[in-house]
Each structure stands twice: as structure tokens, then as C-alpha cells.
Design a protein around this ligand. Structure first.
Ligand code: ZN
Length: 178
């Protein structure tokens, strides 16, 4: 199920904050402008609004607390959408960092399960085996997503949240094997 789209909260003050930073981004270093925005009180308010709308967990992996704003369309590829609410997703550090300028199946615009399935016993992501082999584009996107989300699982394992090791073969391994 896709996540229900939430409309941008109405607030003249916060809107002005976006406009100000958007202006700075016109001829400034995108990364620096974004960092300044996130550190500003209004940037923090925007993140709180995003959490209120979409929850505190990472919208991509659903495993870790979402502490960052990920740009669905990466800043480097679409700087015009950098300060657009509709382009923001609550994301954990791992997914955001590993995704970088790539794209992950968007949980708001579609159903990520069309690409990836998580094994309920191990928590490992795997390519949805129902993707027909003729659909090479979808398969490739799913494989990239699994690699990004799998790093996340590794990070959790090293943080002591490892899944049971008794599982003979994870869903992902089965998918890769077959
Ligand atoms: Zn995540």
C-alpha cells in the first residue's frame, strides 16, 4: 500500500522560510544552502511537520528512525524541487546516504512492494519474484533498491538488532538463488 500523500501544512512563516532558502539556492552551493536550512529553526519546524505527517520511521526501509529529509528526486538532479514538500520523505541516515542521487521506489507515489518484498522473519529485502523477467527496467530498479536497503539491514545487525541466525535461507538468498 502506498503511503497516503499529505498536503503541505499551511504556514505563512514557514512558507517564507522556504522562499528565502530557495532564493539562496539560486546561485549558492546547494549542499551548503540545504545544510543551513536544516539547521535553522524554521528548517527544524519543517522536519517536525514532515514527521507529524508521515511518522517517525524511515519511509523507505521502515526499520530505523527517520532523522533526515530525503529528496525523492535528488538535489543534484532536480535542484528546483529541493524545497518542495512533495519531494520530501522521512528517511533514516543509512537509506538517505546510500541512496545518494539514485532513486528508490517512492512510497507515496506507488507501492514499493511492486519492486521489493521484505522477508518477515529476517527483515531482509529481496527483489519481488513476481516481476516478469521481460520487465528489465523494473527489475534493475528493484535490484538497486535491494542493495541500498540491504546495507541498512547490515547496519542494524552491527548495531545489535540482528535477525535470528537460525533462518536457513533468507528470502533474498532464495530469490537470488532461483
Ligand atoms: Zn531507511
Amino acid at each position: 500500500m502506498p503511503v497516503a500523500r499529505r498536503l503541505r501544512p499551511r504556514s505563512a512563516t514557514l512558507k517564507a522560510c522556504l522562499a528565502k532558502h530557495e532564493q539562496q539556492a539560486q546561485d549558492g552551493d546547494l549542499q551548503a544552502v540545504w545544510k543551513r536550512f536544516r539547521a535553522s529553526p524554521c528548517g527544524q519546524s519543517w522536519f517536525a511537520k514532515l514527521e507529524t505527517s508521515y511518522g517517525r520511521r524511515c519511509m523507505y526501509c521502515d526499520h530505523a528512525p527517520g532523522r533526515t529529509i530525503d529528496h525523492c528526486k535528488a538535489k543534484s538532479k532536480d535542484s528546483a524541487s529541493m524545497f518542495r514538500w512533495s519531494n520530501w520523505r522521512v528517511s533514516c541516515d543509512g537509506c538517505n546516504r546510500l541512496k545518494n542521487s539514485r532513486s528508490l521506489p517512492d512510497p507515496v507515489r506507488g507501492d514499493p512492494r511492486d519492486f521489493i518484498l521484505f522477508d518477515v522473519s529476517t527483515g531482509s529485502p529481496g527483489v519481488n519474484p513476481a516481476i516478469p523477467s521481460s520487465n528489465k527496467g523494473r527489475k534493475r530498479r528493484a535490484e538497486v533498491a535491494v542493495r541500498i536497503l540491504d546495507h541498512q539491514t547490515d547496519a542494524q545487525a552491527s548495531a545489535g538488532e540482528s535477525p535470528p541466525v537460525s533462518e536457513p535461507m533468507s528470502h533474498r538468498e532464495r530469490v537470488l538463488a532461483g
